[in-house]
Design a protein around this ligand. Structure first.
Ligand code: ADP
Ligand code: ZN
Ligand code: ZN
Length: 724
């Protein structure tokens, strides 16, 4: 028999199937990982097919050396998924297969954990010395514990006694596999009866198609998800549920754990290597039937899926921006089609792209229009920070926000202060009139690059001088850079020295379970103020939060990204959803330097549909996705001359496509990447924007051109989120 093997190496030259002979004494099945000879090395590989005939001269083939594990780590469905992703995202086969198994397993760093257990042998006559008290205690202990105990339980009696009994045959030693389980705070979830809207949603979501569940914040989407998953389980099927970030999982996890117990397995980057490996194995073996986790959980090794759910589907974290690049939505759709099961994208603020698809009938729209507890959404008050400056207040906080914070503190309630920060790039703004520097060609904000003190457009690469004087009002009061969480916390401490003030951002949450600790401390303090970034925006359900302050809402608005208005709308809605979730009425104070921007009008009225129509219109006229397709091809290499040469060759050939596709190519240019060098690799890129009609064909041709010319990896990004 012959095996087709993909070598587990991230190299373009090895990105194909190699044939090996399967030795007679090795029972290999498809999907197993194996050691194979390759040149003069021994490498790991994946068996992707077995056949009786080979394509290559059999006398030249080498033999598989051995199996790495006894089980086929890659299941049949995942092999099909590999083919799909390779074609769709122009990825190398091995890089995809790596996504399907825990990294630690590939590196050979984790193994199953075993613990010694002792069984009491009732068959044998007990003859122990009268003074052997410890031995007698062990026997009593075992009799009280179903004749069985682990070594950690028995250690208290001393090793000598255990050994003596084992030698006599009274105890029988046995090795058992232990599952390292991630820590989850288990709260007993209140069992609620579904309201009419929720009931309708659950009844509607039955077919094997894609549903867009559009439910306002607090509408009880989680409850709907749990019912859908429960139904899948009773049908004997399994389920995957994705959440955007681990800071969200503590609450979701405790809800799901209390409802479904050990049927739930957690997959996310916050687990230890051993925990992740064991959770993966529980899913693989069918012990666990629900995978919950961030993006990578979409690759959970579950078969027979009956439900796939992506919560907060609009979140950027569902798009992998490092190699291998893919969109979780696509992968989920593949798996849903393969398993013929429903797929649910849920959000209070669906992405423009997804909502557009729902309107076109590609997704089926399901709505939850009101909060489950019947409470109103909190009032959003817009504060014009330019007016604050004119009246002499140039601090971080408006007078209104300070007054409201004082109120919260006096009433022993809680507030959240949200600092909007994305990446390290920033824009320049006139502090007197609010002017923002934009690209004349693309109408997106320019990004300030500290290294060469220039402003740059991330879509066309055009560079501008930094502002020293405002072109609109002549002021020299130009500001760049953003306010940070630390700065806000120290200011708050000046105003409220006796109040508990907590900070949650990347710096304070790098250690294990740090999220949970901060959130717990916040939950148990009254009054308290939690200052944080995007991390505090989503999912949390704190009943004492009555005020949400958004310090500088514009931060995401003037990001150099065609999606920045959409992001701003989503963030405001999400953050606002944290306020007034229980009895007390909630309020949001939104500070902005551009109070008349349309996004604030729609967001403050929670008018998603109004916002969608406006934004759809703008995207259509300015020719941005979802009405066009942006492709970025990123070339990077240590050798700058090589990349530059490659870029030139590819660009010339791609430009040749204009002969046939002139009407379809809206924009095409080659340039240095905004960040010219990362990890000592020089970065150059080709950017193109295409009309949709022939986009697939053009993308394919472009890929072939690049693939043919380059000897190293080139990265393809479709509608990229981050253009650095
Ligand atoms: P969403 O995810 O849509 O923002 P959640 O799922 O967090 O909303 O639900 C908001 C709150 O409403 C939670 O405290 C939840 O327990 C509660 N809830 C959900 N469904 C119901 C219901 N049918 N009746 C009463 N309360 C409900
Ligand atoms: Zn100005
Ligand atoms: Zn531009």
């Amino acid at each position: 028999m012959y095996a087709k093997v993909i070598i587990d190496q991230d190299a373009k030259a090895l990105d194909r199937v190699f044939e090996y002979i399967v030795p007679d004494d090795l029972d290999i099945v498809t999907g197993m990982r194996v050691y194979v000879p390759f040149g003069c090395r021994i490498l790991q590989g994946f068996v992707v097919d077995l056949c009786d005939k080979c394509d290559y001269d059999p006398s030249k083939l080498k033999k598989i050396i051995s199996k790495i594990e006894d089980f086929p780590a890659i299941k049949q469905e995942m092999l099909s998924l590999m083919q799909y992703m390779a074609k769709k995202n122009h990825l190398k086969l091995a890089s995809i297969l790596r996504l399907f198994i825990p990294a630690e397993m590939r590196e050979g760093k984790v193994k199953e954990l075993f613990e010694t257990h002792y069984l009491f042998n009732a068959e044998i006559e007990i003859n122990i010395a009268k003074n052997a008290k410890k031995q007698q205690e062990i026997i009593d202990y075992l009799k009280n514990h179903n004749n069985h105990a682990s070594s950690s339980e028995l250690n208290q009696f001393g090793y000598g006694a255990i050994k003596a009994l084992t030698d006599k045959g009274i105890l029988i030693k046995e090795k058992r596999e232990v599952r390292r389980a991630p820590f989850v705070i288990s709260e007993t979830a209140k069992k609620v009866k579904l309201n009419v809207d929720q009931q309708k949603a659950v009844e509607k979501i039955t077919e094997d198609k894609t549903y867009l569940l559009h439910g306002v914040t607090g509408s009880g989407k989680t409850e709907v998800y749990m019912h859908l998953i429960e139904r899948a389980l009773t049908q004997g099927k399994n389920a995957i549920m994705l959440v955007p970030e681990i800071s969200l999982t503590p609450q979701i996890m405790s809800n799901f754990k209390s409802r479904f117990g050990d049927a739930v397995a957690l997959l996310h980057s916050g687990l230890s290597a051993g925990e992740r490996f064991d959770e993966w194995k529980r899913l693989f073996s069918g012990e666990a039937r629900i995978a919950i986790g961030a993006r990578s959980a979409i690759f959970a090794p579950l078969e027979n899926l009956g439900m796939i759910i992506i919560d907060e589907e609009h979140e950027q974290s569902y798009i992998s921006e490092s190699n291998p690049r893919f969109d979780t939505h696509d992968v989920a759709q593949f798996r849903a089609r393969y398993n013929k099961c429903p797929l649910v994208f849920g959000s209070a603020t669906p992405s423009i792209e997804s909502y557009e698809k729902a309107l076109q009938g590609l997704y089926s729209l399901v709505e939850l229009p009101v909060r489950a507890n019947g409470k109103e959404l909190p009032k959003i008050q817009i504060i014009d920070m330019m007016a604050e400056i004119r009246t002499g207040n140039s601090g971080i906080f408006s007078n209104q926000l300070l007054a409201d914070l004082t109120n919260v503190v006096n009433n022993k309630k809680q507030a959240m202060i949200f600092i909007n920060r994305r990446g390290y790039s920033s824009f320049q703004r006139c502090r007197d009139c609010g002017y923002i520097a934009k690209c004349v060609d693309c109408d997106v904000s320019l990004v300030y690059h500290r290294e060469d003190n220039r402003l740059k457009c991330h879509y066309c690469g055009k560079q501008y001088k930094v502002l020293t004087r405002c072109p609109k009002c002549g002021s020299e009061n130009i500001k760049n850079g953003a306010v940070g969480t630390e700065q806000v916390v120290s200011k708050l401490k000046e105003y409220f020295p006796d109040v508990k003030i907590l900070r949650m951002d990347n710096d304070t949450t790098s250690t294990k379970n740090a999220h949970q600790k901060i959130l717990n401390e916040f939950k148990n303090s009254l009054p308290a103020i939690l200052v944080g970034t995007q991390m505090i925006a989503k999912g949390h359900d704190f009943e004492n939060v009555v005020l949400v302050g958004i310090v500088d809402a514009d931060q995401s608005l003037y990001h150099a990204d065609y999606r920045s208005t959409e992001r701003t709308f989503q963030l405001i809605t999400q953050v606002s959803g944290r306020a007034g979730r229980s009895e007390a009425e909630g309020k949001v104070v939104l500070q902005t330097y551009s109070p008349r921007h349309y996004v604030y009008k729609f967001a403050s009225n929670y008018d998603y549909k109004g916002f969608f129509r406006k934004e759809e219109n703008i995207r259509q006229t300015s020719q941005f996705p979802p009405f066009t397709r942006i492709i970025r091809i990123l070339f990077s290499d240590h050798d700058e001359n090589y990349v530059r040469e490659l870029l030139k060759v590819c660009y010339t050939e791609i430009e040749g496509l204009k002969e046939r596709y002139n009407n379809d190519i809206i924009y095409l240019d080659a340039m240095k990447s905004p960040i010219k060098r990362i990890q000592d690799k020089y970065r150059y890129q080709i950017m193109m924007r295409l009309k949709l009609e022939n986009a697939d064909k053009i993308e394919e041709e472009v890929f072939n051109i690049v693939d043919k010319n380059s000897k190293t990896s080139v990265f393809f990004e479709i509608n990229p989120q981050n253009l650095s």
